[in-house]
Design a protein around this ligand. Sequence first.
Ligand code: IFM
Length: 451
Amino acid sequence: MSNYTFPEGFKWGTATASYQIEGAVNEDGRGPSIWDTFSHTPGKIEDGSTGDVTCDHYHRYKEDVALMKEMGIRNYRFSISWSRILPSGKGEINRKGLDFYKALTSELLNAGITPHATLFHWDLPQALQDAGGWAARETAYHFRDYVEIVTRELGESIRNWMTHNEPWVHSMVGHFQGDHAPGLKDLKTALQTAHHMLLGHGLAIPVIRKNSQGARIGIVNNLEWIEPASSGIRDREAAARHDGAYNRWYLDPLYFGTYPRDMMEWYGSDAPKIEAGDMKIISTPMDFLGVNYYTRRIIAHDSQGNFLKCRQVRYPFMRPSDYEEWENNAEGLYRLLVRLKEDYENPELLITENGTPLPDEVGADGEVHDPDRIDFLYRHIGAAWQAIADGVDLKGYFAWSFMDNYEWCLGFTKRFGLIYTDYESGQRIIKDSGRWYSELCRSGTLHLPES
Ligand code: IFM
């Protein structure tokens, strides 16, 4: 069978995030965020670049929305920059920041595109970091207050809300590995950060419900399919620990109101401080889970390995083009989706990110030919179709990313977009994958790519 039709109403979309695309970091009253500080610190970003200009979406948003419309993309996931709305993270509101997101939202709605807004995609106002960041409990309450302002102002035009993007990345990569802002390296701080992010998520839900009638609310987690490198007990235990730290730590509190017991024991004195009532707030019912899927991992025990005493195994069958340790494995997506159905009571799911970075170039014909991305998308979207056929409550798919953009500590060295961004001129060029995806958005039927 080479054709797969998705259910009526399935949401096809693309995704971006504020610091990765907006630029205009010093305009219209925006305050500094931790990513401004981090990217301007020598040695932190692979190519030494910053998000000061990036895709200049702040000035070009009309052109970008027009491109989305031209491509037949009917859903757009973007994030709101906290420090555009509240330059110091709390206190005085910057109306011009709100005006930008209002203008973007109207442009989308006028183009027939449904907005899906993420409230926190890692760009914490620097002033809040100076006061302790997410490791400080008050930040969860400042987040709730920021969400109150945003949803009071935008709650009628936006009805799809995501509290956080990838709390694992922000807590662990930003506070334990030190590769993302704010660049800290302490496990206890990272786990406390994660706890307060989840607390902020739970605190925000009733606020969004009050201000945005009929809203669909969720959180976005980065999740992986994890397999042990062998059937030996030590590898199986190592894989369970990796799964515990990466997947279950950010799912069990939401669905069961508890942290996984095995991981609480493993973390011991590094485990977060939890106050009475926190877990009830964190497990406030939500409407959907956003799943960002990029890879599976094969995990082996390693007594010299990381804090989990494990390491990732790279197999010879992984293609050289597989991005660093990210294996292109669509079956992992299928298995992950089925696992979420079985272990977490068949929650409503959205694939909120999925994509692959490739060394795209503009050809002599002025076009960008990226057959490997089409192959990646075809396989992963096929896996999504199979999961739906097997009873997974998957309601939508958002490709990462709408356009090439600033890839955090990797700067501009990775291109994930369906649209090529020329960072010198600002020109956008729809890649072959963009045209292919556009056809899928219009028809809702997955066709085998032409070879
Ligand atoms: O670019 C990021 C995005 O901000 C969050 N999820 C993963 C993407 C690719 O690394």
